[in-house]
Design a protein around this ligand. Structure first.
Ligand code: ADP
Ligand code: MG
Length: 320
């Protein structure tokens, strides 16, 4: 079997793209990075565990993509430009075919966003993947969860619910038409982090979060941090349509793993956001408004009646 150093060299040591920014990448005791003056360093970490976040037979290329994508999504939700990543990985064995595909998935996405993999750790153990991403944002323009104000509009990018529907289908909790199933599976396995949107929301959005635990739960985090309430019109929420309205609502409101951005912005930003949607070829939909306290999400159906909001995913909510 290849040694740890051989694995790192073959699969994870690639030439840097960041030129003057990445002074030193993989191979020394630590990486050496240069942050532009006036920029804050933005850091985020996510961990993916086999049998909890993905199945043992998950396609490795998609896993490499997703491990980086979920972290880039967190930076997007801060309005940050991603620059660097580190990868800590525990592997049960040095499966070279698996590692080749995994690295291809990860580096394909890293190249698109000019992110350098600058370090990490490689050990033997039950399959676990932890990526840390580092990025930059002008200090005064970071998008926080706490900035929403009464009267602000609530917006969402793309659509929600597809990843949740794919997960339900894979666990035989839902049946999807082949075409819908393939769209949904693509969204679950290869989520697209909304990096360009996040960068362009600097100075436009008052608060932002990415949808990882479910729309209602994640918007709830914004409400808590901002100490405000919200009214959302469910009919205007862009969502996957499967033909089963109840499934659609559950997936759209509580499905999670969509990695779209939910953000708030003053009403004066409407024109700029509509233009931005055209420019990025990414739908941005206005779905409701921020209200004064209490901290509460009111969901209204097409008839203006209040709907119950299902809970989002919480790793500690069950006994396991
Ligand atoms: P140390 O013993 O000093 O922690 P390691 O042997 O763990 O060093 O790592 C050697 C070099 O390889 C370091 O630069 C480290 O950041 C990098 N590295 C280790 N694993 C990975 C990985 N999975 N992806 C990218 N770089 C890695
Ligand atoms: Mg080490």
């Amino acid at each position: 079997m290849a040694s740890e150093f051989e694995l790192i060299r073959r699969f994870f040591d690639r030439p840097v793209q960041g030129g003057a920014r990445t002074l030193l990448g993989v191979g020394d005791d630590a990486a050496l990075l240069r942050v532009d003056p006036g920029m804050a360093l933005v850091v985020s970490t996510d961990m993916l565990l086999v049998d909890r976040h993905f199945s043992r037979d998950a396609p490795p290329r998609a896993l490499g993509h997703k491990a980086l994508a979920v972290n880039l999504s967190d930076l997007a939700a801060m309005g940050a430009t991603p620059r660097w990543a580190t990868l800590s990985i525990a592997l049960p064995a040095a499966d070279e075919a698996w590692l080749t595909e995994f690295a291809e998935g990860l580096f394909a996405l890293a190249r698109r966003f000019e992110v350098d993999l600058v370090g990490g750790d490689t050990t033997r153990g039950p399959l676990a993947i932890s990526v840390t991403v580092l990025g930059e944002v002008p200090e005064a323009y970071a998008l926080l969860r706490g900035g929403a104000r009464p009267g602000d509009d609530i917006w969402v990018s793309g659509m929600v619910g597809a990843a949740g529907a794919a997960l339900a289908a894979s666990q035989n909790r839902a049946r999807l038409e082949p075409q819908t199933a393939s769209i949904a599976r693509g969204r679950l396995e290869m989520p697209e982090p909304r990096v360009a949107l996040g960068e362009r929301l600097r100075g436009l959005a008052s608060a932002a979060i990415d949808v990882s635990d479910g729309f209602a739960a994640d918007l709830g985090h914004v409400l808590e941090r901002s100490e405000v309430g919200a009214v959302v019109h469910y009919e205007s929420l862009p969502r996957l349509r499967t033909g089963d309205a109840e499934l659609d609502a559950r997936c759209a409101l509580a499905g999670g793993d969509d990695y779209e951005l939910v953000f708030t912005a003053g009403q004066e930003a409407r024109g700029a956001l509509e233009a931005l949607a055209c420019e990025l070829a990414l739908p941005l939909t206005r779905i409701g408004a921020i209200q004064a306290r209490p901290v509460r999400l009111v969901l209204l159906d097409a008839g203006g009646l209040e709907m119950a909001a299902p809970a989002g995913y919480d790793h500690f909510a069950d006994a396991s």
